[in-house]
Design a protein around this ligand. Structure first.
Ligand SMILES: NC(=O)C1=CN([C@@H]2O[C@H](COP(=O)(O)OP(=O)(O)OC[C@H]3O[C@@H](n4cnc5c(N)ncnc54)[C@H](OP(=O)(O)O)[C@@H]3O)[C@@H](O)[C@H]2O)C=CC1
Ligand SMILES: O=C(O)[C@H](O)CS(=O)(=O)O
Length: 492
């Protein structure tokens, strides 16, 4: 491995790792030997120096992907999928080391980081099978002497841009269907979390992917690499996961040559608790959805709406459960809330809490930076929250649970839909009629019905409105990496 297989678990005096880029089957330094630093959010210590690639190097990686794509697509699906499966197997085999690397660069508590590795591998396992079932059609012709055959062929070279909050799974959720379908990939991870991506490249090389099939560009300059990805005509598809504002920039940049796009963008998930809900189940669902990754996921419950008859009971149960949230360094036993990724994240959380309190909300739990300092923030419960507060309109991306109250089902659905986002939503009820009415009325790509943790490789993850385009996971996720072509055969 180009980065040590095992990271010093205590990170107290890390030997600075070296991360390099990987394209055309070679490990590469940044242009001119330039590197950028990676720090551990818990300690603030530099843990790695990583190749800082230029746009020219991104172009070279795209050339390599383009040169390799036709032969990669020409393999049998079973041959491609065997390598996709092997990468998934290697990830599971190295889950402890990969989890440590992820915890070290992003701060996610080790157990949760290791869980992400298993989740990331599940996409490779899933598409190692789906890739063998890319079926076409025959269609009864509309004229005598003709036949119609529908083919599905890989899009070609795919560029991938991913965020820091799931630095393993957001990459595999893209490269698994792309590679299985016969595309080749150039991937750029976030500058905060390049090490997990580097480890994927190391294991991809071990899994036997030919040179140029999977390429990794590490860089501190998102925009210059992004512009190359968006403007280079050899790239036929851009797949992006991140904020809506950046997704909008990339969509504009890809419009010149009409690239195919998949956009997994921001969210503002409502979590509705009706008075007929199993309250204990609703509390467990809210805890899982809200505090996973310290609230730094695009599908976290961002607004919690509780019907008036159960509001006090729900709030009290939440306070009780939040006692079990322990903040600290993710490498320490028993820690389930790690540091936020950086100080910008802390400032945004603080802005939302202060705004809510200034407008009349009350703090029932937490509400301040943790005594550990740095980017640690105390899990927080707010009551008396209203739609006029920032937490109602913006994604907090931190461990803050704002409780809103409502009277009627119609009011809850109206408030839940009152956003430009449409990724994930949740509600708890034991009334089957209500469950069907509310599930159909919510304007979201994902609806958790009595389920706070719906994410899985077997389902089509994605949003509507300004939460994005396309789906990742499930049988639907591979379609985004295929072109549909039909043959019209005459003279028969
Ligand atoms: N729908 C989904 O599945 C997910 C959505 N998100 C959303 O992303 C946000 C948080 O993640 P965050 O990483 O901060 O999001 P950003 O959109 O800031 O960054 C996402 C990725 O895009 C890169 N990037 C930023 N600006 C540009 C640019 N101009 N051109 C090309 N690439 C660029 C970033 O690079 P760098 O970091 O190096 O600057 C990063 O790799 C939240 O809004 C969250 O909801 C996050 C995860 C999943
Ligand atoms: O980055 C994210 O927020 C992920 O999409 C969350 S999930 O896929 O793990 O639910």
């Amino acid at each position: 491995m180009n980065i040590p297989v095992n990271i010093p678990m205590n990170l107290k005096d890390p030997s600075v790792l070296t991360g390099r880029a990987y394209y055309d089957g070679q490990w590469r330094d940044g242009d001119g030997g330039r590197n950028f630093e990676v720090t551990n959010p818990a300690s603030g210590k530099v843990i790695a120096e990583v190749a800082d690639c230029s746009a020219e190097q991104a172009a070279a990686a795209i050339d390599a992907a383009y040169a390799a794509q036709k032969s990669w697509a020409g393999l049998l699906a079973s041959e491609r999928c065997a390598m996709v499966a092997e990468l998934g197997r290697l990830m599971v085999e190295h889950a402890d080391d990969l989890g440590a690397i992820l915890c070290a660069e992003m701060g996610k508590p080790f157990a949760e980081a290791r869980g992400e590795i298993i989740y990331g591998a599940s996409f490779l396992e899933w598409y190692a099978e789906e890739g063998k079932r890319i079926y076409g059609d025959t269609i009864p012709a509309a004229a005598k002497g003709k036949r119609i055959i529908v083919l599905k062929q890989p899009v070609g070279v795919v560029a991938s841009i991913t965020p820091w909050n799931f630095p393993n799974a957001m990459i595999t959720r893209k490269i698994a269907p792309a590679l299985a379908a016969g595309c080749t990939v150039v991937a750029r991870p976030a500058k905060l979390t390049p090490l997990s991506a580097t480890a994927i490249a190391v294991l991809a090389e071990r899994a036997g992917f030919p040179a140029g099939v999977f390429n990794l560009i590490t860089s501190s300059s998102a925009s210059s690499i992004g512009k190359e990805f968006c403007s280079n005509p050899k790239v036929r598809k851009l797949t992006f996961t991140g904020s809506t504002e950046v997704g909008r920039v990339l969509m504009r940049q890809c419009s010149d040559d009409i690239k195919k796009l998949s956009l997994e963008l921001g969210g503002n998930a409502p979590f509705i608790v009706f008075d007929d809900a199993d309250l204990d189940a609703a509390v467990e669902g809210a805890m899982g959805s809200k505090f996973r990754n310290a609230g730094q996921t695009c599908v976290c419950a961002n607004r919690i709406y509780v019907q008036k008859g159960v509001y006090e009971a729900f709030a009290e149960k939440m306070v009780m459960r939040m006692q079990s949230l322990h903040v600290g360094d993710g490498f320490q036993e028993g820690i389930n809330i790690g540091p936020l990724v950086d100080m910008d994240a802390v400032e945004k959380v603080e802005e939302h809490v202060n705004d809510a309190v200034e407008k009349g909300a009350e703090v029932m739990f937490g509400g301040f930076r943790h005594t550990l300092g740095g980017s640690f923030y105390t899990p927080t419960l707010l009551t008396g929250v209203t739609q006029a507060m920032k937490v109602a309109k913006e994604e907090t991306f931190g461990p803050v649970a704002p409780l809103f109250s409502f009277d009627t089902e119609e009011e809850a659905v109206q408030m839940a839909n009152d956003t430009e986002f449409g990724l994930a939503s949740y509600f708890y009820s034991r009334d089957i009629g209500r469950c069907l009415r509310v599930a159909e009325a919510l304007e979201y790509g994902i609806v958790g019905v009595n389920d706070g943790l719906p994410s899985t490789a077997v389902a089509p993850f994605g949003g509507v409105k300004q939460s994005g385009l396309g789906r990742e996971g499930s049988k639907y996720g591979i379609e985004d990496f295929l072109e549909v072509k039909y043959l019209s055969l005459g003279g028969i």
